[in-house]
Ligand binder design. Structure first.
Ligand SMILES: *[C@@H]1O[C@H](CO)[C@@H](O)[C@H](O)[C@H]1NC(C)=O
Ligand SMILES: *[C@@H]1O[C@H](CO)[C@@H](O)[C@H](O)[C@H]1NC(C)=O
Ligand SMILES: *[C@@H]1O[C@H](CO)[C@@H](O)[C@H](O)[C@H]1NC(C)=O
Length: 391
C-alpha cells in the first residue's frame, strides 16, 4: 500500500485566515483527532505546532478536534470510544488554557452524526469525560441520503420533522446548561442530492431547519457548504449565488435570534403543508424599529394560501419578501434561480449584491403565500413587548 501525506503549510493557514477575516466570518479550525499515540490517546504534537504558528500571528480563531468520530473505525480503522475522546478534548483544552491567545477561545465537539444507536453511546460517553472542556456540544444533521431521495422528500413535512431529535435532552442530562449547536448540516448526506440540493426546492429544508433549530434552542447552525464539494453548495463554481445563498442572506438580514411563539390554525384544507416561525426582526437591520417582528412561512403545497394574522398584528404595516422559483411549469422546483417578489435575483456585477427590497402591503391586507414558495414578512409596527439586548 502507498502512503499519502498531506501538508498544511503556513501559507495555506494565512490564506484561510485572510479569507475568513475579509469575509467577516468566524474561523473554527478542526484539528486531526486521528493522530494517536501507541496507547490510543490523542497525539497533540502536530496540533501544538499549528497552535504556536497561529498564536505568533495572533489569529483570532476557535477549535474543534476531529469530525464524525462515529465513523473512525469504518473510515480509518481506528476505534476511539466516547470516554477516550472526551479525555482527548480535555487534553486539548489544557493546551489551549496555557496559551495567552487561546486561553478563553471556543472549543467545540464532538461533531457526532445524528445520535442514534452506537452514536448515542459515543455521545454520552464523550459528555461524561469531555463536557467540561467544550463551549458547545456539536452534532451533524442531514435529512436524507443524497443517493436515494426525491423531490417528494424535500417537500414532506414528516421528513422536516425528523430534525427534532432527543439531542437536547441527552446533553442537558449529562451537562446541564451546555449549549447545543448544529456543527455541520445540509439537506442530504453523501455530497447532497444531484438536481435537488442546489436548486430552489432545497430552500424548504434549509429555511425550515433554521426555524425549527431556533425553536429547539440551538443557537448556531453551520451550513455544509459555502462552495465546492458536492451539490449542497451555496455558491456555484462561477461564484454565482444559488437559491439557498439568497435565502440565507435574507434570513440574516431580517431574522433576529429571539424566537416568538407562532402556530397555524387552518380553517380549511390540510394544515401540515404550511409551516410558520416568528422571531424578532434582526435588530442590526437599522431599517426597522424596535418591536418589529419577522414571520417566515413555507408553503409546501401547490395551492396559494391566505394567512390571517391575529388581531393585534393585523394592522401593522408589513413588508413582504416572497421567494419563488424563477421558472414556471413542472421543472420550476428544480430551478437554480429564484425570484424575490417577482424579480429574478442576480449579482449586479462580480462584487455587488442587488438591493433586496421588500414589498409593502397595506395595513390590514391579508397575506397571500403562493403555492411552493417561502417568504419573510416584517411586521413593522408589531410592537413586540420583549426586545432583548444582543450579547
Ligand atoms: C482582520 O481584519 C480587520 C479589518 O477587517 C483587521 O483590522 C485585523 O487586523 C484583521 N485581523 C487579523 C488577525 O489579521
Ligand atoms: C489569558 O492570558 C492572558 C495573557 O497571559 C491573561 O492576561 C488573561 O488573564 C488570561 N485569561 C484567562 C481566562 O486565563
Ligand atoms: C385595525 O383596523 C381596523 C380598521 O381600521 C379597526 O377596526 C381595528 O379596531 C383595528 N384593530 C386593532 C387591534 O387596532
Amino acid at each position: 500500500a502507498s502512503q499519502v501525506s498531506v501538508f498544511l503549510t503556513e501559507y495555506a493557514v494565512d490564506l484561510l485566515y485572510a479569507f475568513a477575516n475579509c469575509s467577516g466570518l468566524d474561523l473554527i479550525f478542526g484539528l486531526n483527532a486521528l493522530l494517536r499515540t501507541s496507547e490510543n490517546t490523542w497525539d497533540s504534537t502536530n496540533a501544538e505546532l499549528l497552535l504556536k504558528y497561529c498564536e505568533s500571528r495572533e489569529y483570532v480563531m476557535s477549535w474543534e478536534l476531529g469530525n464524525e468520530p462515529n465513523s473512525y473505525e469504518k473510515k480509518a480503522g481506528i476505534r476511539v470510544d466516547g470516554y477516550q475522546l472526551g479525555q482527548d478534548f480535555v487534553h486539548l483544552h489544557q493546551i489551549l488554557q496555557q496559551s495567552a491567545v487561546y486561553n478563553s477561545t471556543g472549543l467545540y465537539g464532538p461533531d457526532v452524526s445524528q445520535p442514534r444507536d452506537h452514536r448515542r453511546d459515543l455521545l454520552t460517553g464523550f459528555l461524561e469525560t469531555g463536557a467540561k472542556a467544550i463551549t458547545a456540544c456539536t452534532w451533524h444533521h442531514y435529512y436524507v441520503n443524497g443517493r436515494d431521495t426525491s423531490l417528494e422528500d424535500f417537500l414532506d413535512p414528516e421528513v422536516l420533522d425528523t430534525l427534532a431529535t432527543k439531542i437536547n435532552e441527552i446533553v442537558e442530562s449529562a451537562s446541564p446548561g451546555k449549549k447545543v449547536w448544529l456543527g455541520e448540516t445540509s439537506s442530504a448526506y453523501g455530497g447532497g442530492a444531484v438536481g435537488l440540493s442546489d436548486t430552489f426546492v432545497a430552500g424548504f429544508m434549509w429555511l425550515d431547519k433554521l426555524g425549527l433549530t431556533a425553536k429547539l434552542g440551538l443557537d448556531v447552525v453551520i451550513r455544509q457548504v459555502l462552495i465546492g464539494s458536492g451539490t449542497y453548495h451555496l455558491v456555484d463554481d462561477n461564484l454565482d449565488p444559488l437559491p439557498d445563498y439568497w435565502l440565507s442572506l435574507l434570513y440574516k438580514r431580517l431574522v433576529g435570534p429571539e424566537v416568538l411563539k407562532a402556530e397555524v390554525n387552518m380553517n380549511s384544507g390540510p394544515k401540515k403543508p404550511i409551516r410558520v416561525y416568528l422571531h424578532c426582526t434582526n435588530r442590526k437591520s437599522t431599517h426597522y424599529r424596535p418591536g418589529a417582528v419577522t414571520l417566515f412561512a413555507l408553503n409546501l403545497n401547490k395551492n396559494e394560501v391566505t394567512v390571517i394574522l391575529p388581531d393585534h398584528m393585523a394592522n401593522s404595516t408589513t413588508e413582504a419578501f416572497v421567494l419563488q422559483s424563477a421558472e414556471a411549469g413542472e421543472q420550476s422546483l428544480y430551478s437554480r434561480s429564484v425570484k424575490l417578489n417577482g424579480q429574478v435575483l442576480r449579482m449586479v456585477d462580480d462584487r455587488t449584491l442587488p438591493l433586496l427590497k421588500g414589498r409593502e402591503l397595506p395595513p390590514g391586507e391579508h397575506i397571500k403565500l403562493p403555492g411552493f414558495s417561502f417568504a419573510f414578512y416584517v411586521l413593522i409596527e408589531a410592537q413586540a413587548a420583549v426586545w432583548y439586548e444582543y450579547r
